[in-house]
Design a protein around this ligand. Structure first.
Ligand SMILES: Cc1ncc(COP(=O)(O)O)c(C=O)c1O
Length: 419
């Protein structure tokens, strides 16, 4: 039996008073209540087993784990164990195709360093609103091995136009990279459009890479239906993991040998051979140096909760809550920048408002937690811990603050950067 969404409200630690409205899932997920227990287990495994923990620790991760000897894993194998047990179900991916990564940046570097990528062509097609881990990586590799970014601009309304991307794909294309959900607008590219991009890429023997940072934990995904060769992301945000919890799926049969792989990506790392030999499992070639184990202890506690509730239910809930904002936006003193169409919207709603930074800090004093960008945009991301009442309260306070200009007298403290 799946967990009712309403039960998830209390499965996470929410900062601030009990009635505070937390709307920042797109920026950083809340901490699942089980995280301190998992970090305690890391300390116990390290203190009680020492170096032997690399080969054997109780399987604290598997649902219903008995902690018996037959149910043990090692720190060594955690990136693959978690990839199979938690990332593969998020993506509808087969066993043996998913692995944990430090971050998307690392995955991109591995991809760009693989000779099998540049053998296919020299252009990487991407959109101007790609996340820096993608866009900057491609720019940094520009000219190396003859690689050239082919950046597709967005139309004036700011949403990605998939037809423009498809038109840009050609004989020179080696790879097409698209975000499933864009981080500037929350625009979701519908599955059939992603499939059309995949087909265009494959016609030219190019790889189709999807950055699924904001999609993987918010609605069900079938990587094969989308035609993805590579699907990468991280659990820091809606996944409610934390930093150091990236992941990648690599389609079966995709034979890549990244040059930037590390010694953990070797066939026999502890044989310490003079020259490197890629691991026969392609996903393992995406490992670097010694795996950062501590963050893997709590990485999937959010995913566990979301999978228990069911990604269909998670999606239906967040859509219901975002519809409240869309309905009220018609008569509100702000404008919606995110798509309204259910097929094209995600958890993120971007509202254009006056003095977004000051307004956001003022809302915080009213226990409404949003975030702001470029001093023009207020971002709200209703998620599993939010209720309809939360949304109405947030919108009431926001509307009143803008209408009465109450926020204008408020002097915010300097705010630091957020991801
Ligand atoms: C679309 C997208 N990709 C990637 C990332 C993070 O990249 P990295 O894991 O390299 O920090 C983010 C973070 O906000 C994102 O929104």
């Amino acid at each position: 039996m799946s967990t009712p969404i309403a039960d998830l409200r209390d499965a996470f630690v929410r900062p601030g008073p009990a009635d505070a409205v937390e709307l920042r899932a797109f920026t950083h997920g809340l901490m699942p209540k089980r995280v301190p227990t998992m970090m305690q287990r890391f300390a116990e495994d390290w203190s009680q087993r020492g170096v032997d923990a690399w080969n054997q620790v109780p399987n604290h991760w598997q649902p219903g784990a008995t902690n018996g000897a037959e149910d043990e894993v090692g720190w060594w194998t955690l990136p693959m164990v978690l990839g199979d047990a938690f990332i593969a179900p998020l993506l509808g991916a087969p066993h043996g195709t998913c692995i944990m990564q430090p971050h998307v940046h690392w995955t991109m570097q591995c991809l760009l360093s693989a000779p099998e990528v540049i053998e296919r062509g020299n252009e990487v097609v991407l959109v101007d609103s790609a996340f820096p881990s993608v866009k900057h990586s491609v720019h940094r590799w520009e000219a190396l091995n003859g690689l050239a970014p082919a950046v597709v601009d967005r139309p004036a309304h700011g949403h990605v136009d998939v037809e423009r991307v498809i038109d840009r794909i050609g004989a020179d294309t080696t790879m097409v990279v698209l975000s499933h959900v864009g981080f500037t607008t929350g625009q979701r590219i519908p599955d059939n459009k992603l499939r059309a991009v995949a087909d265009a890429a494959h016609t030219h023997n190019a790889l189709f890479v999807i950055d699924g940072y904001h999609s993987a934990c918010t609605f069900p995904i079938q990587v094969d239906t989308l035609g993805a060769d590579v699907y990468m992301g991280g659990l820091l945000k809606e996944g409610c993991g934390s930093s150091g919890n990236g992941f990648v799926y690599l389609r079966e049969g995709l034979d890549l040998r990244p040059r930037l792989t590390g010694w953990f990506g070797n066939a026999e790392p502890f044989a310490f051979h003079d020259t490197p030999t890629p691991h026969p499992e392609v996903r393992r070639r995406f490992l670097g140096g010694t795996t950062a184990v501590a963050s893997l202890y709590h990485a999937v506690e959010g995913v566990r909760l979301l999978l228990d509730a069911g990604l269909d239910a998670v999606h239906a809930h967040t859509q219901r809550l975002s519809q409240i904002v869309i309905d009220r936006a018609a008569n509100a003193p702000f404008t919606m920048q995110s798509p309204r169409d259910p097929d094209q919207r995600s958890t993120l709603l971007v509202l254009q408002v006056p003095e977004a930074h000051r307004l956001c800090e003022y809302l915080k004093t009213q226990d409404i937690y949003t975030d702001s960008r470029k001093n023009r945009f207020l971002r709200m991301a209703p998620f599993v811990w939010n209720t309809e009442a939360d949304m109405h309260r947030a919108l009431d306070v926001l509307t009143e603050a803008i209408t009465t200009k109450a926020y204008r007298d408020f002097e915010p403290e300097t705010v630091g950067p957020v991801t």
